[in-house]
Design a protein around this ligand. Structure first.
Ligand code: F0G
Length: 421
């Protein structure tokens, strides 16, 4: 069981640090040099690693636009950039009133260069890969990570290898991974099997792993939280009470929690201002929800998972030891939604002009469900995270949208069909 004390950010800079940056194990507290040796987990106990800094920034230290605006909170000043971040925080007035909360904004991460939040992690992760001098980058993916890795790896001039669960990745994502030049291996198994395999390859030194087990990727994803807080504060003159997000491997949940802890540690944010982190999973792939409901410190691996939201079709969330304390310590919760609820939410968002892929719509579906249960109250100010763009999964979009209708190729034929007088 992970001890809460190893989440403490107030420790002294260890001698292994390079320019104020080091790695620390969240399970046993062991500290490691950041860039000399490639490591993803603790040498001593296999616990998850976190990036630590001697100096934590406050709001005045941020300048510029996008992910690298927050370089004071990152291990480098810049990276392989397309550029990413600076995504919109949409108003969705009809959803706000139909769900029944005081304020609802949607942070649309589908507006990143490859159409998902993964770009924020990749710009930092690939920068670290360059630092380490590796040649071949790899990831397991339900699709979006592979699209981002393929684009950022190619831009850096590095070889990329992606392992995808055969037949379970949306068309837009495979198209991106393919055209940006990754070698695509379609594995006979689900995402968790792909991650097991790529983890083995990484351990043998065959590849540099760019899944969210890599602590540097989560540093980039932390900037989602920084942006939400800055944008919301500037436009609403307060911080949101709650951030609702879809959960798969729980990397984003872990990254948002780290963002909040660092801001509290630098006194940029009060303890009481931490938004409640609220995770949403699909009913057919909900090990995090199960762990929250059962009060467990770890998730149980679900060997069989199914959902039409293929991006979050994950049964063994590797970042659970970082994410579960985040949900609990911020007073948040986790909830499961059906594929039908996800589809309805995808349609509702689209009718407000916000086009997202199914997994993204889970955040709205989850908020609606929690509001109906009374867990979320009417006075709350909420930000829902939508993680990927509508065009990632064209088939799901067509299924949730209106049917094309065949008409004759003449104006009169069209007018007659529409029964125009
Ligand atoms: N939403 C989308 C669109 C995703 O692609 C993912 C994860 C998530 C949510 C869940 O985020 O893992 O941080 O909890 N996609 C990964 C991939 C697994 O391979 O693209 P998480």
């Amino acid at each position: 069981m992970t001890s809460q004390s190893h989440f403490d950010l107030s420790g002294e800079e260890p001698t292994c640090a390079t320019e104020g940056v080091w790695l620390s194990c969240i399970a046993c507290g062991e500290e490691f040099a950041p860039f000399e040796t490639v490591r993803y987990v603790c040498d001593d106990c296999d616990g998850l690693l976190e990036v630590r800094y001697a100096d934590l920034p406050t709001w005045e230290d941020f300048d510029g636009r996008g992910v690298w605006r927050y370089d004071a909170a990152l291990p480098f000043e810049t990276g392989v950039s397309l550029p990413e971040g600076a995504t919109p925080l949409h108003d969705v007035p009809r959803l706000e009133s139909s769900i029944g909360v005081d304020r609802l904004r949607v942070k649309h991460e589908g507006m990143n260069p490859t159409g998902s939040f993964k770009d924020r992690g990749m710009t930092v992760g690939v920068r670290v890969a360059e630092q380490m001098g590796v040649e071949r980058l790899a990831c397991a993916s339900t699709g979006n990570t592979s699209a981002a890795l393929s684009a950022y790896g190619s831009r850096a001039g590095l070889e990329t290898l992606v392992l995808l669960p055969q037949g379970k990745v949306a068309a837009g994502k495979v198209a991106q991974a393919s055209l940006h030049g990754a070698r695509i291996l379609e594995v006979d198994g689900n995402f968790d099997t792909c991650l097991d395999i790529v983890g083995d390859l990484a351990e043998r030194g065959d590849v540099y792993l760019l899944n969210s087990l890599n602590p540097f990727r989560l540093e980039g994803q932390k900037t989602i939280g920084l942006e939400i807080l800055e944008q919301f504060r500037d436009e609403e003159e307060s911080y949101p009470d709650r951030i609702v997000l879809p959960v798969g491997n729980a990397g984003n949940t872990a990254a948002l929690y780290k963002c909040l802890r660092e801001l509290v540690a630098s006194s940029a944010l009060g303890d009481a201002d931490m938004p409640k982190l609220t995770g949403v999973q699909a009913e057919g792939a909900a090990p995090m929800v199960e762990a929250i409901e059962d009060g467990r410190a770890e998730t149980r691996r679900w060997d069989s998972v199914e959902t039409s939201a293929t991006a979050i079709r994950i049964g063994n969330p590797v970042n659970a030891p970082k994410a579960l304390p985040g949900i609990r310590e911020t007073g948040g919760t986790a909830v499961a939604v059906t594929d039908g609820e996800i589809k309805a939410a995808q349609r509702e968002l689209a009718r407000e002009g916000v086009g997202v892929e199914p997994a993204s719509a889970a955040s709205i579906a989850g908020l609606r469900s929690l509001r109906e249960e009374g867990v979320v109250t009417a006075d709350e100010q909420v930000v829902c995270l939508t993680t990927g763009h509508l065009l990632k999964d064209p088939e799901a979009a067509v299924e949730a949208g209106t049917e094309p209708e065949a008409v004759p190729g003449t104006t009169q034929g069209v007018r007659d069909y529409l029964e125009l007088k």
